[in-house]
Every structure is written in C-alpha cells, then in structure tokens.
Design a binder for this molecule. Structure first.
Ligand code: IDP
Ligand code: MG
Length: 155
C-alpha cells in the first residue's frame, strides 16, 4: 500500500456560491479520506501571490486572485493512502471541459478559474500548502470506528 499522506484542498468561492460544499465534501468522505483539518479562510493578496506563484506571469493571474477573494474559501486537510494522488483523481483535470466524467470538476463545472476546488499536486506542494494554511494545532488526529474498514486493519 502507498504511504498515508495529508493533502490540502480549498473549496473555491464558486463552490460556496453554488451550494456545492456538501456535495463535494461527501465525495471525499465516501472514498474513505479522513478530514483532519477544516475551516473557513479569507484569502488575501499576499496569500494568493504565494499559493499561485507558479501562475504569476499568466494573463489570468489578477482575475484568478480576484475570484479567489470573492468569498471565504473552505480549507480542508484530508488524510489517507496516497491521498495526494487520490484527491487529484477525484477532482479531475484543471479544465472542466476536458476533465473525466465522474470527477468533481467534470460533473459540476464548465470553466476556469471557476472549477470549484484546489488540491495539492505533489508531496512537496502538499506539505508546503498544509503548512501555509493550517497551524499544527488545527490538524487533528483521531480514531473513527470505521478506520479498520477503510484502512484494512484487522479485516
Ligand atoms: P490546478 O488547480 O488543476 O492545479 P493550476 O494550473 O495550478 O491548476 O491552476 C490553478 C488555478 O488557476 C486553476 O484551478 C484555475 O482555477 C485557474 N486557471 C488555470 N488556468 C486558467 C486559465 O487559462 N484561465 C483562467 N484561470 C485559470
Ligand atoms: Mg495547481
């Protein structure tokens, strides 16, 4: 089995406006990913400059930042086997029109930047992004009675 990893998800302002927060969170819950961190975050310019530094020279950068500041976003940390890649699979590719059917972006969105959700894309980025948005005391380790069914111990 792959390592147990943590990964960062942000539910973007369009997910909040369109009442899709619960629908999106449910997909990760049903997979068995454990929510170990969850809160509202009001993003500001400096946070977005850092988070989207790889897009700073793109023509859509200013519009992307403005979009991400329209409402609070929901920050979440999920934990599970190979969580970084598993979450990206469930999210789908960046452009919702070329994302695979069954993914969140394909099923519920049609455009960028309003593709509903951010998810970390590598081990390095997941670590940096979890630390960027969550203090250590905001990450919670706890047991669920379903852990043994999801993680396979004792079955
Ligand atoms: P990702 O979110 O799938 O990792 P990135 O390339 O890291 O994709 O881009 C970050 C976000 O920037 C996208 O999720 C989307 O909201 C926005 N974005 C990406 N490409 C475009 C574009 O061509 N026009 C407008 N917004 C874009
Ligand atoms: Mg990205």
């Amino acid at each position: 089995m792959p390592d147990i990893q943590k990964t960062l998800v942000l539910l973007k302002p369009d997910a909040l406006q369109r009442d899709l927060l619960g629908e999106i969170i449910a997909r990760f819950e049903r997979k068995g990913l454990k929510i170990v961190g969850m809160k509202f975050i009001r993003l500001n310019d400096a946070m977005l400059d850092e988070h989207y530094a790889h897009l700073a020279d793109k023509p859509f950068f200013a519009g992307l930042k403005k979009f991400m500041m329209q409402t609070p976003v929901v920050g979440m940390v999920f934990e599970g086997f190979g969580a970084i890649e598993e979450v990206r699979k469930i999210v789908g590719s960046t452009n919702p029109l070329s994302a695979d059917a069954g993914t969140i972006r394909a099923d519920f969105s049609m455009a960028v930047p309003s593709n509903l959700i951010h998810a970390s894309d590598s081990v390095e980025n997941a670590q940096a992004e979890v630390n960027r948005f969550f203090a250590p005391e905001e990450i919670f380790q706890y047991e669920k009675i379903t852990d043994k069914f999801v993680f396979g111990e004792g079955i």
